[in-house]
Design a protein around this ligand. Structure first.
Ligand SMILES: Cc1cc2nc3c(=O)[nH]c(=O)nc-3n(C[C@H](O)[C@H](O)[C@H](O)COP(=O)(O)OP(=O)(O)OC[C@H]3O[C@@H](n4cnc5c(N)ncnc54)[C@H](O)[C@@H]3O)c2cc1C
Length: 417
């Protein structure tokens, strides 16, 4: 992908200064790559250092390659490689971050011939990208997972762990903090403040963002600005007159205990199981503890307060499906619950990454629709390359370009959980 001359050296003869709005996993990863790989000066404006409402802190933190689009498969493979090596990549002196990544796989289940056809189609796409998945018919499913009720099933697709693929989960908050600490060690400045709008300059037909205004009256000048404000990114886009189709959509997560240790017949921990109904569950490391959730039942309104966990969703919808799929879940105890926002891109359920037209120096990484934590390393790396050099150098993220919205060319991701 050619020219690696730094935009910073080309235009300014001094380190490029990038101001990032939002210090969640996307903002922190982009900041770290910019400072560490490109020698940029970076300021991150994050309004809440406790991350009380940030998606990165309220996530289920799973990673998979079972996507329906090639770009998401490639992003996930590169991010997996980064997360596997995070202890080295983000070490600060002797301090090596540990995100507890484990790879028991994702198990997608289909109960119709149509659903099985989709799994087979995606299996072929995954094989083209050296992603190993096993297609299991009902007898094979029961042989591997004796606790599963497979009478109504047609097929399952299980992600396998190899050099080029691996599905599982990790501690997302630890990953966020590892990027943040790594960024600070690389010289990035974090400012706890609310970005409210931008100072824009138009000269000879070219518009540039000159500064970010904050609630406490700062005007932080930069050579480039990035909107990485998660579920709140559309509000920042509005300040630039750019419409980003990103919505805050609440998702509830329930933790429960059941008197069962779900393992495969070879002793491996159970995978993250996605029932044909959309209900999902996965084990925690401690035997007998699980997490579960589902897509919303009735509509998907914006900005529902996070305090309003829908307990009826568990009692009336999720639990009956869990008990039908795993009879041992007939008796269980919900121990806690929480809610966080998916930063849902209503246009095509995929990330929006890259330049923000018509500005010459504005960028975004937002709209990841529930798969952003696993994509942060590859997206942060790519966006940093684009800002610092004017192009993608490692993985071409052009399919996620923001302009596809205005062009009316969706890149639909079918596998949104
Ligand atoms: C319940 C749930 C389960 C999930 N499960 C998975 C999963 O299994 N795998 C996966 O990959 N992803 C998952 N996700 C999605 C993932 O968590 C997100 O895609 C990812 O964390 C997005 O990171 P972000 O940095 O873009 O957003 P955030 O983490 O939300 O960070 C944005 C930050 O911007 C700050 N901010 C916003 N506006 C301003 C402003 N004006 N000024 C200053 N700061 C501002 C906010 O305070 C926030 O800290 C899940 C999400 C939820 C809610």
């Amino acid at each position: 992908m050619g020219n690696t001359q730094s935009w910073a050296t080309r235009e300014w003869q001094r380190p490029l200064h990038v101001v990032i709005v939002g210090g969640g996993v996307m903002g922190c990863a982009t900041a770290w790559f910019l400072a560490r790989e490109h020698g940029a000066r970076v300021t991150v404006v994050e309004r809440d250092a406790s991350y009380a409402k940030a998606s990165s802190a309220l996530s289920v933190c799973a990673i998979r390659q079972q996507f329906s689009t090639a770009i998401n498969i490639r992003i996930s493979q590169d991010s997996l490689a980064f997360y596997r090596a995070i202890g080295t990549a983000l070490a600060i002196g002797d301090e090596r971050p540990d995100i507890g990544l484990i790879e028991p796989g994702y198990l997608y289940l289909a109960a119709t011939e149509g659903g099985a056809g989709v799994l087979r189609e995606q299996h072929a796409l995954q094989q083209q990208h050296a992603v190993q998945t096993a297609l299991l018919d009902p007898p094979a499913l029961v042989q591997r997972y004796p606790w599963i009720s497979a009478d109504d099933l047609v097929l399952g697709s299980l992600g396998l762990s190899t050099a080029t693929s691996g599905e599982g989960w990790f501690d997302g908050y630890a990953a966020l903090q590892a990027f943040r600490r790594g960024a600070v060690a690389a010289g990035v400045t974090f400012i706890e403040d609310d970005a409210i709008d931008f100072v824009v300059n138009t000269h000879a037909g070219t518009s540039r963002v000159q500064a970010v205004h904050t609630a406490t009256g700062r005007a932080i000048e930069g050579d480039a600005v990035v909107i990485a404000a998660g579920a709140w990114s559309a509000r920042m886009g509005d300040q630039l007159g750019v419409s980003l189709p990103v919505h805050a959509r609440k998702r509830d997560v329930f933790a429960f205990e059941a008197d069962v240790d779900l393992r495969a017949s070879d002793g491996q921990l159970a995978p993250l199981v996605i029932d044909p109904s959309g209900v999902w569950f996965r084990p925690e490391m401690q035997a007998g503890r699980f997490l579960c959730g589902s897509p919303p039942r009735d509509g998907d309104p914006d900005d529902v307060p996070l305090e309003r966990v829908d307990h009826g969703l568990f009692d009336d919808f999720i639990w009956p499906i869990l008990a039908a799929r795993v009879p041992a879940f007939d008796a269980l105890r919900v121990t806690s619950s929480w809610a966080g926002y998916y930063e849902m891109n209503s246009f095509d359920h995929n990330g929006l990454v890259g330049a923000l037209d018509p500005y010459a120096n504005a960028y975004t990484a937002c709209g990841f629709s529930g798969h952003g934590l696993q994509q942060a390393p590859a997206v942060g790396r790519g966006l940093a390359e684009l800002i610092a050099t004017g192009q993608y150098l490692t993985l071409d993220l052009t399919p996620l370009r923001v302009s596809r919205v205005a062009e009316g060319r969706p890149l639909l991701e079918k596998n949104v959980i």
